[in-house]
Design a protein around this ligand. Structure first.
Ligand SMILES: *[C@@H]1O[C@H](CO)[C@@H](O)[C@H](O)[C@H]1NC(C)=O
Ligand SMILES: *[C@@H]1O[C@H](CO)[C@@H](O)[C@H](O)[C@H]1NC(C)=O
Length: 220
């Protein structure tokens, strides 16, 4: 059925080139998603949405229905798998578009390389503050979810509204994916004018509530 649609597009273009402006082009899309279903954004969960978008774009008969998005799925693991897969593949054939990766460190490496090649990257992650720099190394990144700085703007509005001046940021730092660290980094980054202190704990050094209470009372 998809082949038929493509054929129709071709026929329309050949028969009446002046009437439709359908652009026909093959676009190689590299999608980085983990196989591991413990991630919210695993391949099994996200791939159907990407395939749906691919079908809808082709079926709508509009200006872009001639784009043939050829999807190539690569598994990644939030460490380096996405970068290595990108380099391995691209020595032969660079993708035209990259979807993902989601995890911060993995996205940083891939987006740097992709920006160097001028290959666009669309990610539902890469929410850390540093990715907001569109001048150089992250110039090709488009984020489709609100970044952590957006969340920090909400906090700032709350602080202004209630005339709060100080906060203690308590977070777990797993020293690997560091999602909590990056989340609160956005707050820290945006709220420099406030009295902000942080308290981190990890699996090795668990949360010490007495210590936290002491820190809070010190601040007051
Ligand atoms: C999937 O990820 C979880 C959490 O990171 C990990 O504990 C588990 O071992 C992983 N499973 C596989 C098959 O890699
Ligand atoms: C909490 O406060 C205590 C006492 O002031 C201090 O020694 C400690 O470093 C503080 N912890 C953090 C994570 O700021």
């Amino acid at each position: 059925m998809q082949h038929l649609t493509t054929l129709c597009v071709y026929l329309v273009m050949v028969l009446s080139p002046g009437v439709t402006h359908t652009i026909t082009e093959d676009i190689q899309v590299l999608v980085f998603l983990p196989q591991n279903n413990s991630f919210l954004f695993s391949q099994a969960r996200v791939a159907p949405a990407i395939r749906y978008a691919q079908r809808r774009l082709q079926a709508d008969g509009g200006q872009f229905s001639g784009f043939r998005f050829n999807l190539h799925f690569e598994s990644c693991d939030c460490v380096n798998a996405a970068l290595f897969a990108l380099v391995d593949r691209s020595c032969g054939l660079k993708p035209d578009l990259i979807l993902g990766p989601v995890c911060e460190y993995e996205a940083a490496a891939v987006v740097r390389l992709a920006s160097h090649w001028h290959v666009p990257v669309i990610s539902a992650g890469a929410l850390a503050t540093g990715f907001g720099n569109k001048n150089a190394e992250y110039s090709q990144l488009t984020r489709i979810a609100p970044s952590y700085v957006k969340m920090a703007e909400t906090f700032t509005a709350m602080f202004e509204h209630f005339a709060w001046r100080s906060a203690l940021l308590v977070f777990e730092d797993d020293k690997q994916e560091r999602n909590c660290y990056f989340t609160l980094e956005g707050v820290y980054h945006l709220m420099v004018d406030y009295n902000i202190r942080s308290y981190q704990f990890s699996e090795d050094e668990p949360l010490n509530t007495d210590d936290i209470l002491q820190n809070i009372s010190d601040m007051e």
